[in-house]
Design a protein. Sequence first.
Length: 198
Amino acid sequence: MFEFQTIENATEEILLKEKGSKFIGFAYPVNSESDIKAQLHHLQSIHPKATHHCYAYRLGINGENYRANDDGEPSGSAGLPIYNQLLAHQITNVLVVVVRYYGGTKLGVGGLVKAYKESAKYTLDEAKIITKELESKIELKFKFSQQNLIFTLLNKYDAKIISFEAEDICTIEAHFKTSKKESISDELSEMLLEFNIS
């Protein structure tokens, strides 16, 4: 099982109004906790006066790494309804944030659950859901004289080169489809002394 469903691009500024409060939904494709921190920081910088930044995310092929955060709302009234929408849409590697501007009328826990759920749902309904293949990262060290061989091999496996340093001993970092991990390892071990796949 090397595939998972996620969203293609960011979906931003999906507005829901409830009794004077504004709920603004955002959804982002993410690959790591550092991506999540960067997006949360970005939203705090563009919505510094918002009352709450509630969010939930799922990471990993089976969504095994997840979190729901109420950001000061009553426990379970914000992060969990958002998280449940990630489950309902069967997606992972996604962060959904609902930014709330309080409008002066209390909604109660039931009202909050409904508003955060609907905000997350509308936001994800606007997003394009795609199926992606799981990717692995590879780091290679090789002699300069081997670079044609290495590039030919990486090309054969549709690897995306992230960085390349050409020295006497060259270093490449690339991403490729995890389903091809065994084949690429076998070929590389015949050519190279040192490589690292994660």
